[in-house]
Design a protein around this ligand. Structure first.
Ligand code: SAM
Length: 237
């Protein structure tokens, strides 16, 4: 991957960034995403925020190499501290991290997002945590995608602040994603079939123990029944 050739995962994220957005890409190792968008004339302002020096220097070098120093500004900062109000950022991407870390970044940066930028989030795991945070902070989920690449499953959640009364997402929608479970693609099925197998393996191991943890086994069995139900009939509530 480089700024000219993004992974499918980041390409899909790039597709959600509005033309001429003022972007902040947080956790921007190499700044590939903003550099790609700038090279393709989709944007002409982006901050590449990084909290770790090595990835920050990667971003600085990439921006220099591609002659994008007038458009992409790498900043060494924790989370949304990379953004100043005067940047007038209207779109934030946070990709390639766990849902919990993305949630913490949003939580800590609430002052910065008072201007309600579009959020394009790509959690590797823990998407349910993010959905719950968005739902309880007046963010409406506009789009969701799930894809499989190089043996990993990735989810993308696009959300925008809304002043209207939001419907509380059900447990099922938090866990599976409302759109994703209604339009189950191959990656969705792969993710949840793997989860069933993981639980089944744990159950088999536990059944061999001297003191069989019956409650835990029954909990995992119930979870598998629940997942199987969604895979069979994703539309039911
Ligand atoms: N966003 C790129 C992508 O999706 O390919 C890079 C993902 S990389 C796995 C995650 C990056 O997030 C790392 O470079 C890490 O240093 C950075 N990171 C983690 N916590 C951060 C924080 N609080 N603020 C800024 N960057 C952070």
């Amino acid at each position: 991957m480089d700024a000219h050739h993004l992974s499918n995962r980041l390409l899909k994220v790039a597709n959600y960034v509005p033309r001429n957005a003022r972007l902040a890409d947080i956790g921007s190792d190499h700044a590939y995403l903003p550099a790609y968008l700038a090279l393709n004339h989709q944007i002409n302002f982006a901050i590449a925020g990084e909290v770790v020096r090595g990835p920050y220097l990667n971003a600085v070098n990439e921006v220099k190499k591609e002659n994008l120093e007038d458009r992409i500004f790498p900043r060494l900062a924790d989370g949304l501290d990379a953004i100043k109000f005067s940047d007038q950022v209207d779109t934030i991407t946070i990709c390639g991290m766990g849902g919990m870390l993305i949630k913490e970044i949003l939580e800590k940066g609430q002052k910065i997002i008072e201007t309600h930028p579009l959020l394009i989030l790509q959690p590797n795991v823990g998407s349910d945590i993010l959905r719950a945070w968005l739902n309880s902070h007046q963010y409406e989920i506009l789009n969701e995608e799930i894809l499989s690449e190089d043996g990993h499953i990735y989810e993308i959640i696009v959300a925008r602040y809304t002043p209207k009364l939001l419907v509380k997402l059900s447990g099922k929608d938090l866990m599976f994603g409302q759109y994703l479970r209604h339009h189950q693609n191959a990656a969705f099925k792969e993710k949840w079939e793997k989860e069933i197998q993981k639980n089944q393996k744990a159950i088999s191991q536990m059944q061999k123990a001297n003191h069989v943890p019956k409650n835990r086994i029954s909990q995992l069995q119930q979870e598998n029944d629940y997942i199987e139900g969604v895979l069979k009939d994703g539309k039911s509530n």
